[in-house]
Write a protein that binds this ligand. Structure first.
Ligand code: COA
Length: 339
């Protein structure tokens, strides 16, 4: 699926917010637990440290704080929200975390649900919310990307545990006149046939139930990843999708103000930029201090760059999320900021 067709409304991207756990774990600290070292992690990934949720925090707390921050920037009262969409693979409650967040925010007029697409989750949620806005079904949406992959990590597997961290980021969007649409186009892709190179599968333990029948006990194992396959997937598919999107929208890569990619690995970010001859100064990156926070990377990065003044109203941003599923997507949008 792709690019705007006929719509009733456009979309304005108005506010952003983020929240990170208090606990900071450096590469050196990880090296006291697994056979790794700061030099290896920095050189292969660009990551120096990550934030991990501790006993006094929860992922829904982080979502709430990120949401409050985005609403404050947008200058919206929570009750004016129509929708709260939380992209996460690691909810506090398997039945859905978004309603808890909606309630804590006081967004009493909003419906709320979770959406799962792993590290592509925020991008998929962003596109989903824009479709509700475009159709005229809703006016204001809060889109949150949040994950706590630390809970599902094998902390003795050095090939994966050095990569990930926890966090939450949020973006507030609202309806605009159709001729002022800030979301220029998007593309979303999935390929379940390659899903086994990155997954977090259920455990398959069964208990006796009645007579000879059994029931499955709920539970999940740890993250399983073939790092090299995921790396190849990202550096092949992301540029290819971005290329298609830029062509379809008739946008020259030179006219982009920022490349806002899912923060998985600095080498992936650089490789994608190089494919379009985009200078590395236009590549937003903060994975050195957060690692890969899954569905949270894109909104956390956007919020930081908005607040420190790099991203300004009117700037054109190419964004792409990619990860487990496999799933990947890209969107072109302008940051509007609060009116
Ligand atoms: N510390 C020290 N050594 C490590 C290590 C670690 N944390 N992890 C792996 N190694 C070792 C390996 O055991 C291997 O040793 P060997 O040659 O003696 O067997 C060596 O380093 C090279 O391993 P390799 O897997 O080839 O490294 P790589 O250059 O492919 O980098 C990743 C590994 C994971 C950093 C890289 O493949 C990657 O970033 N993949 C994408 C992962 C990702 O982004 N996942 C999330 C997507 S949303």
């Amino acid at each position: 699926m792709t690019v705007n067709t006929t719509t009733n409304f456009g979309v304005s991207v108005i506010g952003s917010g983020c929240s990170s756990p208090a606990q900071k774990i450096t590469n050196e600290q990880l090296a006291s637990r697994v056979d790794t070292n700061d030099e290896w992690i920095k050189t292969r990934t660009g990551i120096r440290e990550r934030r991990i949720i501790g006993p006094n925090e929860s992922l829904s707390d982080l979502c709430f704080k990120a949401g409050v921050s985005a609403l404050e920037m947008a200058r919206w009262a929570p009750e004016t929200l129509d929708m709260v969409l939380v992209a996460t693979s690691t909810p506090d409650d398997l039945f859905g975390m978004a309603p808890q967040v909606q309630s804590k925010l006081g967004a009493c007029n909003a419906f709320a649900f979770d959406l799962t697409a792993a590290c592509s989750g925020f991008l998929f949620a962003f596109v989903t919310a824009t479709q509700f806005v475009r159709s005229g079904s809703i006016k204001r949406a809060l889109i949150i990307g949040a994950d706590q992959l630390s809970a599902w990590m094998d902390w003795d597997d050095r090939r994966s545990c050095v990569l990930f961290g926890d966090g939450a980021g949020a973006i507030a969007i609202e309806a605009s006149p159709v001729n002022q649409d800030a979301v220029i186009g998007f593309k979303l892709k999935s390929d379940g046939s390659r899903g086994d190179c990155l997954n977090l599968p259920q455990t398959r333990d069964f208990d006796p139930l009645v007579s000879s029948y059994q029931n499955q006990k709920g539970g999940f194992s740890n993250i399983e990843m073939n790092g090299q396959e995921v790396y190849k997937f990202a550096v092949r598919e992301v540029p290819s999708l971005l290329q298609d999107l830029l062509l379809k929208c008739e946008i020259d890569p030179e006219s982009l103000d920022w490349l806002l990619l899912h923060q998985a690995n600095q080498r992936i970010l650089n490789a994608v930029a190089d494919r379009f001859s985009i200078p590395h100064t236009k590549v937003l990156s903060n994975l050195a201090i957060y690692g890969n926070t899954s569905a949270a990377t894109i909104p956390i990065m956007l919020d930081e760059a908005v607040r420190d003044g790099r991203v300004k109203p009117g700037h054109l941003i190419a964004t792409s999320g990619f990860g487990a599923g496999l799933s990947w997507g890209a969107a072109l949008f302008r940051w509007n900021g609060p009116s």
